[in-house]
Design a protein around this ligand. Sequence first.
Ligand SMILES: C[S@@+](CC[C@H](N)C(=O)[O-])C[C@H]1O[C@@H](n2cnc3c(N)ncnc32)[C@H](O)[C@@H]1O
Length: 255
Amino acid sequence: MKEPVPPDEETVHAPHAALKDYYEGEQGRRTFVRRAFDETAGDYDRMERLMALGWGPWYRRRALVRSGLVTGMDVLDVAFGTGLVAREAVGIVGESGRVVGVDSSIGMLRSASRPLEIAGVQGMAEQLPFVSGRFDFLSLGFALRHMSDLSIVFAEFHRVLKRGGTVCVLEITRPKGRIAASVLKAYMRGFIPLLARVAGRHRNTAQLFRYYWDTIEACVSPERVLEALRHAGFQDVKRFVEVGIFSEYTARKPG
Ligand SMILES: C[S@@+](CC[C@H](N)C(=O)[O-])C[C@H]1O[C@@H](n2cnc3c(N)ncnc32)[C@H](O)[C@@H]1O
């Protein structure tokens, strides 16, 4: 995979400020993220099931349908991981549709227990290995915080979508209330990394789940995400929030 050149750090519209406990600089962040997912890929599905208490597939499917995914669509799932969003998309688009996944981590792609209909390709959201105007629908599940620059990534999403195509970004966001935010933090930064030590097979799984929360806490506001989508040329830019923490950002490329 040919890596896109990291943007000049001065001009980065990063989803969060640098987290110096984990890496230094933009190149360091990319290497840290890639290595973290490569090394812990074998633990991902089990940890996701434990963390989401088994509701993950139901929620992903519901969010895709709510965002407008229907039978027959041609879908690109960015940050495919082990295929948890893509698998639900396959069930919705049916035999007349098609789902392709792209992820920067070869470890995650190899850990994907994907049904035959899903093709997984190694590549980066910042430089998608697809021709312009190809897809009806593009999803990005729980990976917005790992992107280097929202402007670059949303411009790429806009490029590969057909006219009238939809983008759907799923992400965990901090709840508004202080008590709810503290409870979620205790769960995600305290309990889940502890659980990862017991249930995970790789010693770095606990660190990845601590990083998970730290990126949520440091993430730019939902308004900045909506603004970046508009700036990239999308219309009908919206955010829907489920149970105060699951944000679905949807937008449409003008027809
Ligand atoms: C938390 S996992 C989410 C996987 C899946 N979408 C889901 O819903 O379970 C985040 C994924 O984003 C991928 N990723 C991180 N940065 C990326 C980038 N710049 N381009 C493409 N994939 C990236 C990681 O390799 C990892 O597989």
